[in-house]
Design a protein. Structure first.
Length: 378
């Protein structure tokens, strides 16, 4: 029995140490973290928002530090699959997180829409606005959230109808992170910019393609990596990696400038807007499923999270995300014959050079043959 008690006590100590380390992200001092782990105080608020938007359902979880007066994490999961009916919006965070993890396992998340909604909330929750809400959240009061968030989300998505129901809980951030069943399945929305989107920031498709500048505040190493790829680009589109298990190229073997392939997410509310913007449409008006070539720039990564960046047409940054290394499809010239290309994807300069070179070579051969014939006849 004594031998069994030893490992159990060691495991418990290891757990407490890890939770203490995670808690430090939400507080200022180790003493505060110890009080949180001991259960004497809480360090964060969990804001749960059930969202209905134009036939889609979802949940937004905002975790804000009561000490640092800042948003620590924001999760957004939206879609229209039947599995969303199982959501229990105002259950405890452990159950709610498990529900969202199950949705992710079912591949039922509209990632572009979820990211757009999450980014919008991160921008409108400025420091001043957040401090206003923290006063309410101390009393677990969710009032004013719907009237604050609904217009902002509607403006960024052009949705016809948005409804939000909210609830606030006090939690330990370290325990939430330690027990989080979403880990590796649902990732917090990456912080990009804290400014409210402007109407002039949208193009004719309705896509919000601005605000790719650096955000204020301290950033994670991954966010800093991502910012390096975003420099110099005014537009960014969320696409899917074209995976080719047989003829594709491993992450480590990709070369900067190499043409790799992406596809437009067909399950997104923005599918047609992205297709129109890129000119990647079929003659019948549908979005082409043919892979799109773009020049590889690099990968930003942490454990189980890989962000792939490439330069697409018209100076647009392509961004896809994978949870593990995959073999990326690369350009095969036979796939991009003039006959097979979607409209708007014109021949590349390399194609033109090859055609010109062939014509010149044939001309030279014809001249030589003509000269030989002239001398023989003469």
């Amino acid at each position: 029995m004594a031998q069994e008690a030893g490992p159990a006590k060691s495991d418990q100590l290891k757990k407490q140490t890890e939770i203490l380390s995670l808690t430090m992200d939400a507080v200022f001092t180790e003493e505060q973290a110890k009080d949180v782990v001991a259960g004497k105080i809480t360090d964060s608020y969990l804001v749960k928002m059930k969202l209905d938007i134009d036939g889609n359902t979802g949940m937004i979880l905002v975790i804000a530090s009561s000490f640092r007066k800042s948003i620590l994490d924001l999760y957004c999961v939206v879609g229209n699959a039947t599995i969303y009916r199982r959501l229990r919006p105002f259950s405890d965070f452990a159950q709610l997180s498990q529900d969202l993890a199950d949705i992710a396992k079912a591949n039922a998340i509209d990632k572009p829409l979820s990211d757009l909604l999450g980014q919008t909330l991160l921008r409108v929750f400025t420091k001043d606005k957040l401090e206003e809400f923290l006063i309410l959240w101390q009393k677990k009061n969710p009032s004013r959230l719907s009237e604050f968030a609904e217009p902002a989300l509607q403006a960024s998505t052009n949705a016809s109808k948005i409804k939000i129901q909210a609830e606030v809980d006090k939690i330990s951030y370290g325990r939430f992170r330690f027990q989080n069943p979403m880990q590796g399945l649902v990732f917090p929305i990456a912080k990009q910019n804290t400014e409210i989107p402007k109407e002039e920031g949208k193009d004719s498709t309705g896509l919000d393609l601005t605000n790719l500048g650096e955000s204020s505040g301290e950033k994670t190493p991954l966010e800093r990596q991502i910012d390096q790829f975003r420099k110099g680009f005014q537009r960014e589109l969320p696409l899917k990696t074209y995976i080719s298990p047989v003829s594709g190229v491993d992450f480590d073997s990709l070369i900067e400038g190499q043409e790799i392939l992406f596809t437009i997410p067909m399950d997104s509310s923005e599918t047609k807007s992205i297709g129109n913007l890129l000119g990647w449409m079929e003659e019948d008006g549908s979005v082409s499923k043919q892979p799109i070539p773009a020049k590889y720039l690099g990968i930003a990564s942490v454990k189980n999270e890989y962000h792939i960046f490439a330069q697409g047409p018209n100076g647009i940054l392509f961004h896809s995300q994978e949870e593990q290394p995959v073999k990326v499809g690369v350009v095969n010239p036979s796939l991009y014959s003039k006959k097979g290309k979607p409209k708007g994807s014109s021949s590349s300069p390399e194609d033109s050079k090859d055609n010109t070179g062939t014509i010149i070579a044939l001309g030279v051969v014809m001249c030589i043959l003509g000269a030989i014939a002239y001398f023989l006849i003469g």
